[in-house]
Structures are given as C-alpha cells and as structure tokens.
Write a protein that binds this ligand. Structure first.
Ligand code: UD1
Length: 363
C-alpha cells in the first residue's frame, strides 16, 4: 500500500511529522514537497528537527500570485502522481499546496484524505477559507480535528465522509514539549542573542489582511507595541511576508519595546512559547499551541478556526481593535481547565488507520 503526503508550507511540515511516523509503521509513505516555502528557516529546519524523512520529490514551485502558484503546482503534482501511482493522497490544512494536491488527485481518480478538515473562519476573503472549503468538498475522507469541525462538515452535507481523529498538532506539540523539558537547556538562544533577560511577550504576524495594506500594517504594529511593559518587551518573530510588505510600504517593524527576530524552528518556538508571559499572533496554529501550553493569547483577527480557545478565555480576538492589544492581553480570564478540545496526543495513529482504510476500500 502506497500513501503520498503532499506538503509545501511551514505548518504542514509540523503536521507531517507525526503522520510520517504513523504511516511509515503501516505502509510505504511518499512525501512530496511543492516548494511553496523554500527558505531554510521555513522549511529544512522542520525536516531536520522533527526527523521527517527527506521528500521523495521536491517541486521547487516557489512564490507567485495565488493562481499562478496553484496552477504550477497542479501541473507538476499531476505528473508526480501519474509517475508514483499512490493508492491514496493525504493533504494537510488549507494552503495553496493543499488545494493543488487535492485537485490533481481527484482528476486522476486517486482517493484523497484531508487532514484538518472542517475548520471554518466564515471569512471568504481569506485564501485559506477557499482552499479548505474546496478541499473538503472534493476529498473522499475528512479527518476532523475537533467536534466543532465535525459539525461544520455535517452542515455542509459531508457527515458521511467525516472522521473525528483529534488534532495532530497536539501530538507533535506534546512530544516536543517533553523533549525540550528533558533537555533542560538554559534560556532559549533567541532570548540570549537579543539580550532579553526577564519576561517577554511572543508575537508573530503574517496574514495578508494584516500585512498587505500599509495603513492596517502600521496600525497593527502600533498595537503590538502596546503589549510591551517595562522589563518585558515584545519579541516579534518576523515571517518573510511581514518583512517584505513592511519594507515595501516603508513601515518600520522596530519600535520602542519591540525586539524583531527571524522565524525560529519548532523546538525553539516551543521553548519561547513555554516561557512567554503572553502571545500576540494572527497564526491559527500559534493560538492553539498557546492554549495547549496555557499561555494567554490575543489574536489579531476578527474570527478564529479554534473557537474553543476563546470560549475557555485563553484567547481574545482583537482584529477590530488592534490598539487594545496590550490591555486585552493583560485582562484575559484564562480559566483553569482540563478540557482537551484538541485531542489526546494520539490523533496521528487514528488518522493513519483511516487513510489506510480509504486506500484499501478503493483497491
Ligand atoms: C502560507 C499559507 C498560509 C500559512 C502560511 C504559513 C497560502 C494561501 N497561505 O502563507 O495559509 O498560514 O503559509 O507560513 O497557502 N516567502 C519567502 N520565503 C519563503 C516563502 C515565502 O520569502 O520560503 C515570502 C515571499 O515574498 C512570498 C510571501 O512570503 O511572496 C508569501 O508566501 P506564500 O507562500 O504565498 O504565503 P504565506 O504568507 O507564507
């Protein structure tokens, strides 16, 4: 039995880690990297640190407008799938790589499983929302991370193809958290390099809705700076998209109380997150990782795919009020809770079994 995973962007490499482990124990597992993310800090570092086998095929697509990037991937993926003839294709999350792989596979009649199915922001201006809705409706098996995701799929008439498996990000986060704790290293290297000796707030920004309009970008960066307090700066890990758009717009990332650093690998992220006083982000993954490590978080968006973090008062959406970021972060309720809305850390095994079941059913 041959299963092909298609990945291309940073969060997909993280999700691939536990799936590669689970699938390698069950079948022949091929990995295709589209090359959507190509900077070593966004790509290679995750394969190395998370011990993911090198991709069997690397398509080197790179950056382009959405249509051009997705179209190039579609053409190349069709060729790879025709040559490799997998029994099923596994796609991850909601990027352009996800959409391209889904379309390539369904047009060749290869069964498709979608990991992280059923998430909805209900914001149709987000590229990820188109990608996930189209992928869910085209795929044969929908591996949902949460009960909420299951209910979205049921409302769209997709209950028959849905399986609740839990969230594989929980699997990888808990494993790396334990590895980092066992290593008992001194302070994270990023803090040493930037002279941060006390507390800090960890920040990331990369959504087009925050980065691509210069007025909005300046407003958001002003808001991020309000989370700094005397002795506890904001550590802003700057995604290339943020750097590019800020440079093009002539908007400074550096401001009083804000320390700007390059993106980090997964272990360093988990170290930085575990020690942070709070988090400011527009990333889906980081909101949830903050909750899993019980760090308070404000999200610079108006909606979230992870509403459980908000319901349990560990996350607040401040997209419409970026100037209030510091105040809202300080005011968060952060209820003590044993709830595990994102699963028990064994989602990858359940997902791998389901993918093999799909492949077998189509033989
Ligand atoms: C993509 C995903 C987004 C995901 C994010 C994680 C889509 C539509 N978006 O957004 O869902 O949350 O990845 O990071 O698929 N760039 C580099 N080096 C790289 C890659 C990109 O410098 O290795 C720069 C380029 O200027 C590029 C820009 O970042 O134009 C945006 O890259 P792109 O892959 O289009 O989307 P992301 O913003 O990274």
């Amino acid at each position: 039995m041959k299963i092909m995973s298609v990945v291309g962007a940073r969060p997909q490499f993280v999700k691939l880690a536990p799936m590669a482990r689970a699938l390698a124990a069950r079948c022949t597992h091929l990995v295709v990297h589209t090359g959507q993310h190509y900077d070593p800090a966004l790509s290679t570092v995750f394969f190395d640190e998370l011990e993911i086998p090198r991709p069997d095929d690397h398509l080197d697509i790179g950056s382009a407008s959405h249509g051009a990037q997705t179209g190039r991937m579609l053409e190349e993926l069709e060729a790879v799938m025709t040559r490799r003839r997998p029994d099923a294709v596994l796609v991850y999350g909601d990027t352009n790589s996800t959409l391209a792989a889904t379309l390539a596979a369904v047009k060749l009649g290869i069964p498709v499983a979608h990991l992280e199915a059923g998430l909805r922001s209900f914001d149709r201006s987000m590229p990820e929302e188109h990608n996930r809705v189209v992928t869910d409706h085209a795929a044969d098996l929908l591996l949902a991370p949460t009960a909420e995701a299951v209910s979205h799929l049921a409302r769209e008439g997709l209950a028959g193809r849905t399986r609740l498996v839990g969230d594989v990000m929980t699997d990888v986060l808990l494993r790396v958290r334990d590895q980092v704790a066992a290593a008992e290293e001194a302070r994270p290297e990023t803090l040493l390099r930037h002279g941060i000796e006390g507390g800090y707030v960890l920040a990331t920004l990369h959504r087009p809705a925050n980065t691509d309009d210069p007025v909005r970008l300046a407003e958001v960066l002003d808001g991020v700076a309000t989370a700094a307090t005397p002795g506890a700066p904001v550590l802003l890990l700057a995604h290339p998209r943020l750097r590019d758009r800020a440079r093009a717009a002539g908007v400074a990332l550096e401001r009083p109380g804000v320390v700007v650093a390059p993106p980090v690998g997964y272990q360093e992220l988990v170290r930085l997150l575990g020690g942070a006083d709070g988090v400011v982000t527009d990333s889906g993954g980081l909101q949830k990782e903050a909750f899993l490590l019980r760090r308070p978080c404000v999200t610079v968006r108006s909606e979230t795919e992870w509403p459980e973090t908000v319901d349990l008062h560990w996350n607040e959406l401040v997209g419409e009020r970026p100037w209030s970021i510091g105040a809202r972060l300080a005011a968060l309720g952060c209820d003590e809770t044993d709830d595990e809305p994102y699963g028990d850390g064994h989602a990858a095994d359940r997902a791998a079994d389901a993918v093999l079941g799909l492949a077998l059913s189509r033989r």
